[in-house]
Structure formats: structure tokens, C-alpha cells
Write a protein that binds this ligand. Structure first.
Ligand code: CTP
Length: 418
């Protein structure tokens, strides 16, 4: 028995019709060598490049290519259910498009729609096709739904052309497949599995006129790191964000700009969330009147009258249901412990992450952060480390709040320990 990264797993290898179909043969062999039980599903056009007997000979069972001529009357659901992972390599623009649109036109696309297993798509096509907005939008749709995409490499293409679109090397695909399986397993057994985590990230922008705004220096990196960490630990994640940083695969991403938009997006989703992490730097005040046209210099300095925005975290505190954990962030330059204790109480948060933004390497654009995590039970200092590690420490504190007997129910308002 071979032993490897994919030992004991069933991998459905989807092969669609491009010149790179010949590389799928080597990939198939490598998947088998890595310990996988490989079930090839080959499209009609792929068979124009490589014959079915080749795939059958190297696979763990005969290759499938037809919805109707298979010994199994419903091969797509049977194959889809058996899969621990589906790898599509090469994935043509047609297969990517059908999959993104939910159109099952053959056994491979039907299997992709029927399976609940993780899917790794490895596109290969000519550069012009790869760069076409339709293909890129379809891939973005698939990524949003949690499909993993291993982008093609640059190199020689069919017809002597050179550019982006060459199928990733088979060894690289096997590595990516193993990584997808590892992260899927880690998520399934993660300590946040089954929980819904809502994270806000980035700084809001409050318009003064059509071209100017009042903003702040938040980069959104810490909030997005919390989203990534929560996803890796198994949570269903929603990110309400002002920035275009990557979000975890399958996460719901809501782009907002102003404090009012953020409030609406967060409050609309908060009731279903088990955990809400307000990592966003929300403006406390916004211009009372927004000029409809660009303010001209010759009119002199404008009289900016500001009005308060809704304090989202405080509103979440008012609406908090039993068992829900609320996390606030506080960017401080003064006495953090005192401020944090006051905010825990006034906003009815369960966890308050104090950020000394006056220190070096901390906050804003940095990839590192140094925080103190306050709860009603005490505080924990997290020395300078990555924002990812800070995110995990924050989530540890959240879990701590969820342990029996520790849940802060709404009627425990402001009960700080002596
Ligand atoms: N926050 C919010 N809505 C606002 C302002 C802030 O939800 N309109 C949240 C932030 O996302 C953060 C927490 O409140 O989690 C702390 O915000 P902070 O920057 O400390 O602002 P304030 O609470 O207004 O306190 P300060 O008086 O120190 O500015």
C-alpha cells in the first residue's frame, strides 16, 4: 500500500478538454502515489486529447466520462458522494463557466454540482482567455462559494505561445490538494466549528462632499486576520469591511464605506451571529450635511458641523442575546486598563482588545500588533506578534467566554470583577 499525504482519501479527478489534459495523466499517477483512491471523470473534449483507457489504466478504478453510458444510473451523485476531494485539472473556461453558473452539461459539471466535498480547480487556457473578465468573474464567484483555485503558471502554451495560463505543475497540484484536505479537516474539527462569527474591519469614510471624506488610518488587516483565523478554526464567517483585502473562501463579504452603512450591515446580521468582533475603526462623528457638489476653494474654509454616528458596538450590547459574545477593539494612547474596563461596561462587550497605537510596530498598516485582551475575568497581554497570532488570542478569549458558567448574559450588565 502506498503511504502519502492523501492516504485513505477518495479523490475525483475531473479532466476537461485542453492540451494540458496530457498532464492530467501524470497528475493521476502522482495522486495514486500519494495514497489517494483516484476516480477520473473525463469530459468528451478531454477524450480528444487522451484516451479513456489511459486514465483507467493508471487510476484506482475505471474512468467515467458519460452521464448516460455509465453502469451506474446516477453516476454524478454517486461519484460526488464518494469524493473526499474533487480536483479539476485542467479546468477549461467552459467547465469553470458552467460550474459558476450552475449548469450541468456533462458528467463532470453534474458531479461538481452534486458534490459537497471540497473542490480544487486548476485552470489552464490561453492567456487571452485566462485574462477575460468573464473567466475571472466566474472564478471570483467560485472562490466566494468556497471553491479553491490554484492559478495557472506562466510558460509555454499550445501553438508556441508564451504567457499566463499554463496548468500548474502536477507536483504543485498534489501539494495543493493535500493542503485543501488538511484545512478542511482542521475546520471540521476546529474549536469554532458550527459557530457563526461576524467581523467588522477597516476604517469608515464619512463624506464631506463627493470627493472628500473624514477617514482614519485603519488598514483592516487585524479584522481580516480575525476573519481568516475564525474560518481556519471552523467558523462560518461574515466580514463587513471597508477594504478590499482577501477574505476567507466561502465567507460572506459585505463592502461598506460609511459608519451608517456599516451599522446597517452589522445589525442586520448580528442576531444570527454567535460572536461579533467589532475590529473596524468606526467614525464617531460625521458631517451633518454632505455637500452635493465639490466644495470650491474660493468659497473659503467650510464650516464642518459634525453629528454623532450610531455606536454599533453599544447597540449590539443592547441587543445582545444570551450566549452571544461581543468583542470590541479600543485604540488607545493613554491608560489602557482603565479605558478598557470602562468600555467593557459601557458597551456591554465581553472581550475588549486594547491596542496601544502609540507604540512602534503596532496597529494601522503594520502586519504586527501588540495588545492586551480584557474580559470581566481579567486581562492577558499579547506581546508584539503577527496580527494572525493576535487574532487567535482574541478567539481564544471568545471561547473562554463561552465555557459553561462564563457566558455573559444580557442581565449581567457591567458586572466587573472586584
Ligand atoms: N465602535 C462602534 N461604533 C462606533 C464607534 C466605535 O461600534 N460608532 C466600536 C469600534 O469598532 C471598537 C469599539 O467601538 O470596537 C471602541 O471604539 P473606540 O475607538 O475606543 O472609540 P470610542 O468607544 O468612541 O472611545 P473613545 O472615546 O476612546 O474614542
Amino acid at each position: 500500500m502506498p503511504r502519502g499525504d492523501l492516504d485513505g482519501t477518495t479523490v475525483v479527478l475531473g479532466v476537461s478538454g485542453g492540451i494540458a489534459a496530457y498532464k492530467a495523466v501524470e497528475l493521476e499517477r502522482r495522486l495514486v502515489d500519494a495514497g489517494a483512491h483516484v476516480v477520473p471523470v473525463v469530459t468528451e473534449s478531454a477524450l480528444r486529447f487522451v484516451g479513456l483507457p489511459t486514465f483507467s489504466a493508471l487510476a484506482s478504478e475505471p474512468a467515467h466520462s458519460s452521464l448516460f453510458e455509465d453502469p451506474d444510473p446516477i453516476p454524478h451523485t454517486t461519484i460526488g458522494r464518494r469524493a473526499d476531494l474533487v480536483v479539476v485539472a485542467p479546468a477549461t473556461a467552459r467547465v469553470i463557466g458552467s460550474y459558476a453558473s450552475g449548469i450541468s452539461s456533462d458528467l463532470l459539471t453534474a458531479t461538481l454540482l452534486a458534490t459537497t466535498a471540497p473542490v480544487l480547480v486548476c485552470p489552464a487556457m490561453h492567456t487571452e482567455m485566462w485574462e477575460h473578465p468573464a473567466v475571472q468573474e466566474n472564478l471570483a464567484t467560485l472562490r466566494r462559494r468556497g471553491v479553491h483555485v490554484l492559478p495557472p503558471e506562466e510558460g509555454r502554451l499550445a501553438g508556441g505561445d508564451v504567457g499566463a495560463g499554463r496548468l500548474a505543475e502536477p507536483a504543485r497540484i498534489v501539494e495543493a490538494a493535500a493542503e485543501v484536505l488538511r484545512s478542511t479537516r482542521a475546520r471540521a474539527s476546529g474549536d469554532l466549528a458550527g459557530l457563526r462569527v461576524l467581523v467588522s474591519a477597516g476604517g469608515t469614510r464619512e463624506p464631506i462632499d463627493p470627493v472628500r471624506f473624514i477617514g482614519n488610518r485603519s488598514s483592516g488587516k487585524q479584522g481580516h486576520a480575525v476573519a481568516e483565523a475564525a474560518h481556519a478554526r471552523g467558523a462560518e464567517v461574515t466580514v463587513v469591511t471597508t477594504v478590499g483585502l482577501p477574505a476567507p473562501p466561502g465567507a460572506e463579504v459585505v463592502r461598506v464605506e460609511t459608519a451608517a452603512e456599516m451599522a446597517e450591515a452589522v445589525l442586520e446580521r448580528a442576531a444570527e451571529a454567535d460572536v461579533v468582533v467589532m475590529a473596524a475603526a468606526v467614525a464617531d462623528f460625521r458631517p451633518k450635511v454632505v455637500a452635493g457638489e465639490k466644495l470650491k476653494k474660493r468659497a473659503g474654509p467650510p464650516d464642518l458641523v459634525l453629528e454623532p454616528t450610531l455606536d454599533i458596538l453599544a447597540e449590539l450590547g443592547r441587543r445582545k442575546r444570551a450566549g452571544q459574545v461581543l468583542v470590541g477593539f479600543a485604540a488607545e494612547t493613554g491608560d489602557m486598563a482603565e479605558e478598557a474596563a470602562a468600555k467593557l461596561e459601557s458597551k456591554r462587550a465581553d472581550v475588549l482588545v486594547g491596542n496601544d497605537v502609540g507604540a512602534s510596530g503596532v496597529g494601522f498598516e503594520w502586519d504586527t500588533n501588540e495588545v492586551t485582551i480584557f474580559t470581566r475575568g481579567g486581562s492577558r497581554a499579547v506581546p508584539l506578534t503577527t496580527k494572525k497570532a493576535v487574532a487567535d488570542a482574541v478567539l481564544d478569549a471568545v471561547l473562554d467566554q463561552m465555557r459553561p458558567g462564563r457566558t455573559a448574559a444580557p442581565d449581567q450588565e457591567g458586572a466587573l470583577p472586584a
